[in-house]
Design a protein around this ligand. Structure first.
Ligand SMILES: Cc1ncc(C[n+]2csc(CCOP(=O)(O)OP(=O)(O)O)c2C)c(N)n1
Ligand SMILES: [Mg+2]
Length: 361
């Protein structure tokens, strides 16, 4: 005898399509145009900051930077659905989300400029610093969620990662524990179709990345990652469920990386211009602007003043960043160990001596 012992389905949610038309009813939170304008403004600021960061890198004033052009709705929708008391564990392409969490532009510039103080957030003290090692923050997210559960708190952890991260062993281990212990954690996959030069098709033979959660015993779903209303809505529901004891959830936000992987990459070496230009028609900001404009909530003058405001905010942050006195070179030894191992003590002393010799103060 053979019988079916398990079946599963993976849903895909979209509310606003690429032409800025509604494909389903607006969720309650989105009935207030002010809320939609807030999401739109955050996406525009994120993109403007992105462009500035890339030009700072090009002119030698910032380290390698991972642009998130085209993926603003994933970050803004996810972070906007979070409560202040939730804990955010980002990977490295999440400046749009960190902005909403209260990490300042200056802190973000310091981080990408190689200054440790950029990870000492003045805002969300409990949020984690960016995880540059791919997927290593997923087990941390399960640990954070376990602590919340043991303490009986109504909070949740949110872990954002890329499509490539879903192939990592530690990510599977994290999902396994999140399922077994029914942890208050929401995993959001920013599926931007690429892991540097590796396309999604070569990343996994699974039909969706969302279904990987089902093997771990909790729901996985897809959302249009270029639709900020839909991203907010599915993350909001998953978070409410997680906070009230309903366990873990995985959301695969389907989007596209319109930029190079980082400023150290040249994506034209592995993908065609045609592919990229076709994807520009799906990006999240213009569809939202179309929707707001057509529903008379947004005018040309609003757009102009928003762009001017973003430029001013960013310029002020850049000025403060560039005026920040760098930490002394020996500081690189100071934040890893409670007590510096002997082998590094000599290196630290050499760094102090070298900076004294160079006249650094
Ligand atoms: C453990 C580890 N292996 C390799 C790398 C090098 N690396 C940096 S980003 C990246 C691809 C990540 O792809 P994805 O998870 O899809 O995130 P995306 O960059 O597309 O946002 C790789 C392999 C790394 N940072 N960490
Ligand atoms: Mg990716």
């Amino acid at each position: 005898m053979t019988k079916i012992v398990a079946t599963f389905e993976v849903s895909y949610t979209q509310i606003l399509n690429k032409s800025g038309k509604l494909t389903g009813p607006l969720p309650a939170f989105a009935q207030d145009p002010e809320k939609l304008i807030e999401l739109y403004r955050a996406m525009v600021l994120s993109r403007a900051f992105d462009a500035k960061a890339v030009s700072l890198h090009r002119t030698g004033r910032l380290g390698t930077f991972p642009s998130a052009v085209g993926q603003e709705a994933v970050c803004v929708g996810t972070a906007s659905a979070m409560q202040e008391t939730d804990v955010f564990l980002p990977s490295f392409r999440e400046h749009g989300a960190q902005l909403i969490r209260g990490v300042t532009l200056v802190e973000q510039l310091l981080y990408w400029g190689g200054d440790e103080r950029g990870s000492d957030f003045s805002g969300p003290k409990k949020d984690f610093p960016m995880a540059v090692p791919v997927g290593t923050h997923a087990p941390h997210a399960a640990g954070v969620a376990l602590a919340m559960k043991l303490r009986g708190e109504e909070r949740a952890a949110v872990c954002l990662m890329g499509d490539g991260a879903t192939s990592r062993g530690d990510v599977y281990e994290s999902w396994n524990m999140a399922g077994v212990w029914s942890l208050p954690v929401v995993y959001v996959i920013n599926n931007n179709q690429w892991a540097i030069s590796l396309p999604r098709s070569a990343q996994s033979a699974a039909e969706t990345l969302a279904q990987k959660a089902i093997a771990a015993g909790f729901p996985g779903e897809q959302v249009d990652g270029n639709d900020v209303i839909a991203v907010y809505d599915v993350v909001d529901k998953a978070l409410k469920k997680a906070r009230s004891g309903g366990g873990a959830h995985l959301i695969e936000a389907v989007t596209y990386r319109l930029s190079d992987h980082t400023t150290a990459d040249d994506a034209s070496r592995y993908r065609s211009d045609e592919e990229v230009s076709a994807r520009w028609s799906e990006e999240p900001i213009s569809r939202m602007r179309t929707y707001l404009t057509e529903s008379s909530a947004w005018k040309k003058e609003d757009e102009e003043s928003l762009l001017a405001e973003c430029a001013k905010t960013i310029e002020a942050a850049v000025e403060e960043y560039l005026a920040t006195k760098p930490l002394p070179p020996e500081s690189m030894f100071d934040y890893l160990y409670a007590e510096l191992p002997a082998a590094y003590a000599a290196q630290r002393a050499a760094a102090v001596a070298a900076s004294d010799e160079n006249g650094d103060d």
